[in-house]
Write a protein that binds this ligand. Structure first.
Ligand code: GLN
Length: 497
């Protein structure tokens, strides 16, 4: 992105963007990155005590990075499309010399010796890492209550959860504590908290964003993606972080589609499938908003038709086999030797067991046991094998759907934000929060959640647009139209001034 500032690339009438305004002003030299960073650090210091969106705030690091951006501008250089823009990172992305906790006690004291590829790309674009955000331990959960450091609160109602597992990133953006954030999405962890906090959350096509330096949960499902206030910001951030990386062998070896240029294309003549399984059975208020979104697209010239994908009903059980199976293997590396916590004991084996017993929380232990069971001899075919077959059925069903439609539409979540504590003792109820989001992960496809007005209590509702692999441009095209047509959502109760 050169020449025109990113703001000039937004769709006509697009919502105001703090991030793109900052980048424009810092690049032109009319505002210093140092002042921007101080303003955001001040807001974090003032209100994050109530929200707990951050586990680490990088006061010194962010100020240092801001100075180097300002020096570059003063020397006549261009620091990049995100010059001086503070970004909050989910704390499962590695930052060199800065604690990376995954909100787990087991990583206590561990500082990675390297930066994740996304962190390198953010810096190369002039962005400033302002802090690391809270998550469900190892990204396992849908409410951010599984954090070893305590829950994050929803800025729209601090008695409610922000969703999860990227709840800290979603709350930080919603409350104006960071203009942009990154999260990771294995079964919905970007889109679900985005929906519950009233922000835009996007999960890219598997393989478009490097996972190098993302602490692995379920490697065949994990993707990093943006949490932002606006659709344009989401596209800009995706264009910055996406693209091949020799450090991640699962990155696609082809160019990632650029998305910013598609934002103003409109939906005239596009074929949109409203997926019955993603509207029937969700809360009435959520269903009503999704149907309004469908009408908005029809009003803008799209051909909208309701369509059933019965295979989606099997997505959740398949996900809750595949994800724990991969997690049980990925988490075997936390052995008390290589990272963080060690609980000393007589033998290596008992040290290993004692460390894991003390270091992992209840949900992580549950996943390791579920996954180990599903992979064990005698049960492998019945569980893991079956789940993989369901995965193939979902991929095939989506291939059929995309012969008829350019994009699919549905709810992001079955409910709006629930009360803190409401589901902590009922894992299955918690797992059901992901029922609308897991199909895209199982298929490796992109999907985005856009805020689409409040429910009857004023809580944010998210609408989800799903697209085929590498269909990010058409997905953003539709998202931009929905954003313009969305009913007004009131400001969060807790917000930076
Ligand atoms: N809530 C889902 C889970 O607990 C998804 C988590 C995620 O996407 N990281 O597994």
């Amino acid at each position: 992105m050169t020449g025109a500032g990113p703001t000039d690339l937004a769709a006509p009438g697009a919502r105001p963007s703090a991030a793109l305004d900052i980048a424009r002003d810092v690049r032109s030299g009319s505002v210093s990155a140092a002042d921007v960073v101080d303003r955001y650090l001040g807001a974090i210091d003032e209100i994050d005590g109530e929200l707990h969106a951050f586990v680490t705030v990088l006061h010194d690091g962010a100020r240092r990075e801001a100075e180097s951006v300002d020096l570059k501008v003063a020397a006549g250089g261009d620091p990049g499309p995100l010059a001086g823009v503070p970004v909050a990172l989910k704390d499962n992305m590695c930052t060199r010399g800065v604690p990376t906790t995954c909100s787990s006690r087991i990583l206590d004291g561990w500082c990675p010796p390297y930066d994740a590829t996304v962190v390198q790309r953010l810096r190369a674009a002039g962005a400033i890492v302002i802090g690391k955000t809270n998550l469900d331990e190892f990204a396992m959960g849908s409410s951010t209550e599984n954090s070893a450091f305590g829950p994050t609160r929803n800025p729209h109602d601090p008695a409610r959860v922000p969703g999860g597992s990227s709840g800290g990133s979603a709350a930080a953006v919603a409350a104006g504590l960071a203009p942009l954030a990154l999260g990771s999405d294995t079964g919905g962890s970007i889109r679900q908290p985005a929906a519950l906090c009233g922000v835009v959350g996007m999960k890219p096509t598997y393989g478009t964003v490097s996972r190098y330096g993302l602490v692995a949960f379920a490697s065949s499902l994990d993707q990093i993606g943006p949490l932002t206030t606006t659709v344009t910001e989401s596209a800009v951030l995706f264009d910055v972080i996406g693209g091949q990386d020799p450090m991640d062998s699962t990155c696609l070896e082809r160019p990632v589609p650029r998305t910013v240029s598609a934002l103003a294309d409109g939906v005239e003549g596009l074929r949109v499938g409203l997926v019955s399984e993603l509207v029937d059975g969700v809360d009435g208020a959520v269903e009503a908003r999704v149907r309004e979104a469908a009408e908005t697209l029809a009003g803008a010239g799209a051909n909208v038709e309701e369509f059933s994908i019965p295979e989606f009903r099997h997505g959740l059980p398949a996900y809750y086999i595949v994800a724990p199976a991969e997690a049980s293997s990925n988490l075997s590396r936390y052995d008390g030797v290589r990272y963080g916590l060690r609980v000393d004991a007589e033998t290596a084996e008992s040290m290993n067991a004692a460390t894991r017993a003390a270091g992992f929380g209840a949900e992580v232990k549950r996943r390791i046991m579920l996954g180990t069971y599903a992979l064990s001899a005698g049960y492998y075919d019945a569980y893991y094998g079956q789940a993989q077959k369901v995965r193939t059925l979902i991929i095939d069903a989506l291939a059929v759907a995309y012969q008829r439609f350019d994009v699919l539409l549905g709810a992001t979540t079955p409910t709006t934000a629930f009360a803190i504590g409401a589901k902590v003792d009922d894992p299955w109820a918690m797992y059901l929060s992901d029922v609308c989001t897991v199909p895209s992960n199982l298929a490796g496809h992109p999907a985005i959640s856009i805020p689409f007005g409040p429910d009857d209590s004023g809580l944010p509702v998210g609408v989800q647009v799903l697209a085929p692999a590498l269909g990010e441009p058409v997905m953003f095209q539709v998202a931009a139209v929905l954003e313009l047509g969305a009913p007004v959502l009131g400001p969060p109760r807790v917000h930076a001034r």
